[in-house]
Ligand binder design. Structure first.
Ligand code: GTP
Ligand code: MG
Length: 195
């Protein structure tokens, strides 16, 4: 799981800008502040490849990160940002529809949720959105360092139940602080890429 090459290829606003490499793509979605950028940085062992921004809701593009010329992580703007206007939300929705309805490279959706909290309405909609497009999903519960080990099972079942998670979909706990889960997620991704 040592990563030698990782770089942002493009921040795309429209399908004509999506990369042409034809590599498999793994989409990352989650509400603002859930730890998406930190997740990418931890996975690739970089401090600041995906900027951890102080301005939630600012990114309005699909960010394609080339990992080892083997796959792309596609970072989508965080949803559920309270100050996003209706127009912005509509734009977000259209961008997602464009991508999901046409992108053959898409092989997996990752849904990041905060391990501490019951999934929000937006989280549930995002999970259902993935399922609507028949994408396998990994649910990754972030900030696991904030929850005592003795409570992990309880939080895991609350999240799975709220999402009504498909038994085929995988669940992981993850922490960018302790790096818990990084190895497990890479193992699963590697196996998934070989399928
Ligand atoms: P936006 O891009 O603004 O939507 O946020 P994001 O989802 O990319 O989250 P980001 O990675 O920027 O992290 C948001 C905040 O959560 C930061 O203050 C991080 O330090 C913190 N954070 C991220 N990952 C973890 C984690 O594993 N554990 C803890 N305790 N905090 C974390
Ligand atoms: Mg971010």
């Amino acid at each position: 799981n040592k990563i030698n090459y990782a770089d942002i290829t493009i921040s795309a606003v429209s399908p004509s800008q999506y990369p042409k490499e034809g590599l498999p793509e793994i989409v990352l979605a989650g509400r603002s502040n859930v730890g998406k950028s930190s997740f990418i940085n931890t996975m690739v062992n970089r401090k600041n490849l995906a900027r951890t921004s102080g301005q939630p809701g600012k990114t309005r593009t699909l960010n394609f990160f080339n990992i080892e010329n083997e796959l792309f992580f596609v970072d989508v703007p965080g949803y559920g940002y309270a100050k996003a206007s209706n127009a912005e939300q509509e734009k977000w929705g259209r961008m997602m529809e464009d991508y999901f309805s046409s992108r053959e490279e898409l092989i997996l959706g990752i849904l990041l949720v905060d391990f501490r909290h019951e999934p929000s309405e937006h989280d549930i909609l995002m999970y259902d959105f993935y399922k609507h497009f028949n994408v396998p999903v990994y649910v990754i519960a972030t900030k696991s360092d904030k929850i005592k080990k003795s409570k992990h099972n309880k939080h895991e079942s609350i999240i799975k139940k709220a999402l009504d998670i498909d038994p085929e979909d995988k669940f992981f706990t993850f922490s960018s602080f302790t790096r818990e889960g990084r190895g497990n997620v890479w193992d699963a991704l590697s196996a998934h890429l070989l399928k």
